[in-house]
Design a protein around this ligand. Structure first.
Ligand code: NAP
Length: 333
């Protein structure tokens, strides 16, 4: 069966990678909120998913067999001051997508986050564990998940953690920029989780959907649901910073940074509280689909050539950091 896949948020970290992995499954119609030469070419359909009428119209015009929603309001601290916009994008739009998918008998693929949990304890979170988001971002993401589950639509929700990619805003790219500028960095060391490449999540998505022998909606009705999908192993933001610098040095990149000083979350209060324990248990993904994700270090090393290639332009023509030199580095979603 030929699939028609509507991809939302095709200019984001994950959306960019999905635009590469999904064409193996059928025709992809990528949409993005605004033109951005590097990630969302002009031929992409322009769509603001917070505009509910435009969202419904686009789905009805395109009549996809699968909707893949990689669009999200991911500015965790900004969401505290603007919960209405975060909710429109992260909660209301997925609810509309679920309704429209059901109308068309299409499948809905959506992404969520470790931030739906409160971060208590040490055990990796399982899919059915009690949720308890600490911030507006997490609350709106959880509301989006719940709307999809309640709609009775064929769906797959992949919860992932600590995404990075060669494009966009992410911790690894921030570290490379700051490490080239400063001799010392102070980085949060008491929040732990698994850094995961957007490329890997896009590949896992395509791999799961490729298992459908008939319609993807029928397949997901039977085997879909909510699953955790992140790299194996655990580190802290400081551990990720140190591994990033190790790989950059091995690649011959000139760095100024010598010391990465550990910082407690309490020493650096941010607008949004973040969970301390972001470990996700991915055994459901392994048991249901036989998919086991690599250790975070292996995956980071594998992605590094592309990450460093895109960062090099910034080093040869450095722009001044927007972060004051004395400030520590906070974890970002
Ligand atoms: N980043 C992480 O560390 C992380 C961790 C766990 C889970 N996740 C989840 O993984 C998914 C992908 O995240 P990501 O890292 O790829 O995020 P991202 O790089 O911030 O991309 C999100 C995309 O959504 C778009 N978007 C935002 N508001 C929109 C709107 N109103 N209409 C249309 N598009 C809109 C953004 O467009 P603009 O560029 O125009 O803003 C951007 O292209 C999300 O569901 C996120 O919650 C992310």
């Amino acid at each position: 069966m030929r699939n028609r896949i509507l991809l939302l948020g095709a200019g984001g970290q994950l959306g960019c990678e999905l635009a590469r992995s999904l064409p193996a499954l059928g025709e992809v119609v990528p949409t993005a909120r605004k033109p951005a030469a590097a990630t969302a070419p002009d031929e992409y359909v322009r769509l603001n998913i917070a505009d509910t009428d435009a969202l419904r119209r686009t789905v009805r015009e395109i009549r996809p067999t699968v909707i893949v929603n990689a669009a999200a309001y991911t500015a965790v601290d900004a969401a505290e001051a603007d919960p209405a916009t975060a909710a429109a994008v992260n909660a209301l739009a997925p609810a509309v997508l679920a309704e429209e998918s059901r109308r068309l008998d299409a499948a809905l693929v959506h992404y969520s986050t470790d931030y739906v949990f409160d971060g208590a304890g040490y055990r990796p979170w399982r899919e059915d564990d009690r949720t308890g988001p600490l911030n507006e971002y997490g609350r709106t993401k959880l509301a989006g998940e719940e709307a999809i589950r309640a709609a009775g639509v064929a769906h797959l929700i992949l919860r992932t953690s600590w995404l990075y990619s060669p494009r966009g805003h992410n911790f690894v790219r921030t570290m490379l920029r700051l490490g080239a500028e400063r001799p010392e960095l102070r980085v949060v060391a008491d929040q732990v989780g698994a850094p995961t490449s957007a490329r890997l999540v896009a590949r896992v998505t395509a791999e799961i959907l490729a298992r459908a022998t008939g319609s993807i909606a029928d397949f997901l009705r039977e085997r879909g649901g909510t699953l955790h999908a992140c790299c194996a192993g655990t580190t802290s933001w400081r551990g990720l910073a140190e591994e990033t610098f190790r790989l950059a040095r091995a690649a011959g990149s000139p760095l100024r940074v010598g010391r990465v000083v550990p910082l407690a979350s309490s020493e650096y209060p941010t607008a949004a509280r973040r969970p301390l324990n972001s470990r996700l248990d991915c055994s459901r993904l392994a048991n249901r689909f036989g998919v086991r994700l690599p250790d975070w270090r292996t995956e980071l090393a594998d992605c590094f050539p592309e990450i460093i290639a895109t960062a090099e332009a910034a080093w040869t023509n450095p722009a001044p950091s927007r972060v004051p030199l004395a400030s520590p580095v906070r974890a970002q979603q």
